[in-house]
Design a protein around this ligand. Sequence first.
Ligand code: GLC
Ligand code: CA
Length: 517
Amino acid sequence: MTPEWLKDTVFYEIYPQSFLDTNADGIGDLEGIIRRLDYIKDLGCNALWINPCFESPFMDAGYDVSDYKKVAERYGTNDDLIRLFREAHARGIRVLLDLVPGHTSDRHPWFTESCKAEPNEYSGRYVWTDGAFKGIGGHPYISGMKERAGAYMLNFFASQPALNYGWLDRTESWMSATDSPEALSTREAMKDVMRFWLDRGCDGFRVDMADSLVKNDDADKHATAAIWRDVRNMLDSDYPEAALVSEWSSPFQAICLGGFHMDFYLDHHGNGYNTLLRDWETEGGDHSYFKKDSGGDIGRFLSDYLPKYEASRGLGYISMFTCNHDTPRPSYSLSTDELKLAYAFILTMPGVPFIYYGDEIGMRYLDVPTKEGGYQRTGSRTPMQWDNSINHGFSEATPDDIYLPTDNSENAPTVEAQSGDPGSLLSETRRLTALRHSLEDLQADAPFSVISAENCGYPFLYSRGSLIVAVNPSSSDVRVQSVELAGRKIVYSIRSCSVEDGVLSMPGQSFAVISVT
Ligand code: GLC
Ligand code: CA
């Protein structure tokens, strides 16, 4: 079963380091999230995804966990997190934590144990070969650093050894089967972590690299999906209100096979997401659909999206997002007017949308040095800009001591400046989330179908349930005639649009939601 609450949910992703620092140590904290729950509620978001906030050496911003059951000191205590669940729930906001099941930090005690020459309970917890001179064909590994005579496999950075869920195609004697005691015990350990936080009030998990568990499972990932199906069974029986969203970007595998409730529509695996917002690497300029007059073709997105939507419909949701902590912010290439249309689209599509903190005010991607393994991702992880006080209201620490610098430009966007301005991106975003909450036909389940999407022709017209949505990212006025428009009225628009006698007129860079009268 799919939790009912997902039907009308808009998520807000928080990178906790950079949201709000309440004790002037220069780093965001859980208390900071608690203090901004009312802001999040006003924004129209009724669920959070918080990036990993657990004990970690922070070689990968916390995606290198050294204790899954302990909040990192810099963010607060387990009790603070439990208080955050409570305070969020009191405002109708759900909280997803970030589960990193594919690897731990190399400082995790499980790993320390598994590195010992003497066999012990954790010897099979990670992927190890049976000799210091034996590598792992086709996979990154490290050898020669530990007492144990073997090489261990990496899942991401050098500090992130791969947990052992077994191999599908076992070509070497040291490769565990997916149903071996050691692989099953890793799986149970991860389920135990989930239970730990679910029992304390969390509402589910965003699952990091969810497709990375079973090795040699590349063809269709069915062995990895089977593990998630088992996790889903646990949720269905013991935590039916909990939700899982995968970093996978393959709804067939994640939702249909694995049983995830939601799967991110990410910009990797060559999908259509980039064609909407960040197609600047194509020859001949930026062809992003939402870039004004880019000649962008919505058909490129649709040909990728529609089969995924059809396959997963009724089973789970595709999650569109403004961006995340790994991608450039959408304002990197889009202007405020372009962002309004892009968000209008994201917030009127089926599934469960996510807004990344700061995107609601058009925070910029900043050119800053790498921090905690961020590299080029760091520019999208800078502190939230609340107002024009010191550090844009993020922290009272001296500016040199904060996690990352804030945007020093004179016109740096802030919540304070945009709050009272009806023309701001923040106000538009608030109106759009409110619209979605007020019309069931714009929410997760209402059917989506394309009415007209000509190659480079504007507007793009689609229906959601009984509603028609129209978007015109070009700078030209457009008119479109359709029998489907007859007798309808506009219930929401960006710039002034009209429908008369079945003809829709839209100025350049506009958007409209049209209902039956
Ligand atoms: C995911 C996270 C990313 C992290 C990586 C390794 O892609 O989103 O931030 O570095 O996994 O855990
Ligand atoms: Ca702090």
